[in-house]
Ligand binder design. Sequence first.
Ligand code: GLN
Length: 196
Amino acid sequence: MIPHIGVLALQGGVSEHIDMLSTLSCTTVCVRTPQDLQGISALIIPGGESTALIRLLVRWNLVSPVKKLADAGIPVWGTCAGSILLSSEITEKNHKVRQPSLDLAPVRSERNSFGRQSASFQEDLIIKGLDEPFPGVFIRAPLLFPLSSNCDILCSVNEGAVFIRHENIWLSSFHPELTGDSRVHQMFIEEAVIGS
Ligand code: GLN
């Protein structure tokens, strides 16, 4: 079976994910309406601006269909702002912010934890399941705090976790779609196939 991967296409780094997926063995669909979710093997929520993304998800009636999909066990992966949306708790430097989320994984994400856009950086990451270091691109990235022992930390930097998997929900605070390296996408696709 060739996996059919949906990319939430309301705002943010949509085309970068689609371009990377197009180099792999899968088909893709840009998800803008609940109908677009039909038949997908997995969903990617890209980076962008989490406050804008959650508003758009509400406006396009996607909150409950996406939650249902995740509850049915379909793999969902959020990169950067996407990972913030999947978290059960959102903070900014230790204070709670009044920002709704999809609440799909027991993770607290601390928004903009590494500083502003100008403090963006790239760091070689050791990721569980990959043999060689992966180029991690961080842009106003969150730090991820697991809130359950069922969270599998796939990668950490000095400050803490940046890649967590909780059952079928994947959260990465960095942007694999902005590199020329498709190994994390490949890992996710393999999981989507195995998990289906
Ligand atoms: N800081 C942004 C937010 O809170 C995320 C940035 C990104 O996705 N690169 O939504």
